[in-house]
Design a protein around this ligand. Structure first.
Ligand code: NAP
Ligand code: F7E
Length: 338
């Protein structure tokens, strides 16, 4: 029997790359999408074929992590061997504005899905999209043993999801793993995350379509990797014999200011002439520095990153320049995998 996977968050950055990767490996892929009054599938449109076409391997199902009975119905019908829980309200700043909703989708969503798996009696492997935001105020380098100290409703919700994943592994013997992923980006990154906000602005300012860029804390240190490489790590975690948790990171230290300088330099501009401060982009509590130690993923899974922050900034700027000059972007519309 062919392999079948279920992905929540398939319309997001990671979901789109993971769907591509699994399709390239011959999987039948089932994705959960939210009903929306406008189309929300732009990141996966290039993968989608009509369900009536012969050989279709990607199937989309309406649903929401807030709707547990729907998850039960879908899992019972699809019977996947692998479940990837990537859905979440994933924006840290927004989690301060919508803390209750973030707790419901990002935290409780995970237990609804785990419980649905248990109720259906599925013997599948489960991946939980855990986050370096769980480390919060604990100084770097951070690895699987590092103490959690979340600094946002988002980080706290991810800590809950992390522990229920471990609890279902320990209590019910489920193959359930946490991938503790550090920031990872791509041309498909949402436009309000800092990297994409910067690369999009650099392209638009260079093209004369924007005059200035308002930003928050430029001193934050992050470990930015390339999303397609990170979804490969997710898949490898579920292929391993033992369920356990892994940090996925590059180990490279870069500040928001470094990302600005590298991105604007790519289009021949001095960032300091265009960037202005707006306190609305500050958070009540900031995560000052995240730098991951991914030795375990390297040693156990054989996973190593190739793209580091400076190259990532340049490839994202190039993609935003291309998107401005053409109808559509080859970085968005062309599969990275397969
Ligand atoms: P993203 O681009 O924001 O995508 C989030 C996905 O979740 C979208 O498909 C979204 O659907 C869906 N979603 C949101 N709320 C939902 C709900 N209540 N029910 C069903 N679906 C819902 O996030 P990403 O960057 O791909 O990240 C994937 C996962 O990894 C997230 O859980 C994120 O928290 C986590 N993570 C990300 C990073 C990173 O640096 N990217 C690092 C560590 C962990 P719509 O398209 O309809 O909005
Ligand atoms: O902010 C600073 C901001 O929103 C990065 C999510 O994928 O990674 C992501 O969370 C840094 C922060 O990502 C602006 O204060 C300055 O220090 O791109 P971000 P994040 O908060 O690190 C983790 C691992 C996840 O799991 C999350 O889902 O940049 N910053 N000025 C700004 N940030 C934004 N968004 N906008 C600004 O204008």
């Amino acid at each position: 029997m062919g392999r079948r996977a279920f992905i929540t968050g398939v319309t997001g950055q990671d979901g789109s790359y993971l769907a591509e990767l699994l399709l390239a490996k011959g999987y039948e892929v089932h994705g959960l999408i939210r009903r929306s009054s406008t189309f929300n599938t732009s990141r996966i449109d290039h993968l989608y074929r009509d369900a009536h076409d012969e050989g279709t391997k990607l199937f989309l199902h309406y649903g929401d992590l807030s709707d547990g009975s729907r998850l039960v119905t879908l899992l019972d019908r699809i019977q996947p061997q692998e479940v990837y829980n990537l859905a979440a309200q994933s924006h840290v700043r927004v989690s301060f504005d919508e803390p209750e909703y973030t707790g419901d989708s990002t935290g409780l969503g995970a237990i609804r899905l785990l419980e649905a798996i248990r109720m259906v009696g599925l013997h599948c492997k489960y991946y939980q999209a855990s986050s370096s935001e769980m480390f919060g105020a604990t100084p770097p380098p951070q690895n699987e043993q590092t103490v959690f100290w979340p600094r946002s409703p988002y980080g706290a919700a991810k800590v809950y999801a992390y522990w229920v994943t471990r609890n279902y592994r320990e209590g019910y013997g489920m193959f359930a793993v946490n991938g503790i992923l550090f920031n990872h980006e791509s041309p498909r990154r949402g436009e309000t995350f800092v990297t994409r906000k910067i690369t999009r602005a650099a392209a638009r300012i260079a093209a004369g379509e924007q005059d200035e860029l308002y930003m928050g804390n430029l001193d934050a240190v992050r470990d930015w990797g390339y999303a397609p490489e990170y979804v490969e790590a997710m898949w490898r975690m579920l292929q391993h014999d033992e369920p356990t948790d892994y940090v996925v990171a590059t180990g490279t230290r870069f500040t928001v200011r470094d990302f600005l300088a590298t991105s604007f330099e790519r289009v021949g501009l001095d960032w300091e002439k265009y960037v202005k401060f707006d306190e609305r982009y500050l958070r009540p509590t900031e995560v000052d520095a995240l730098i991951g130690d991914a030795s375990k993923a390297r040693d156990v899974l054989g996973w190593t990153p190739k793209v580091h922050a400076p190259d990532l900034a340049r490839l994202m700027v190039d993609a935003d320049v291309a998107a401005l000059n053409h109808v559509g972007s080859p970085w968005i519309d062309t599969p990275v995998w397969g």
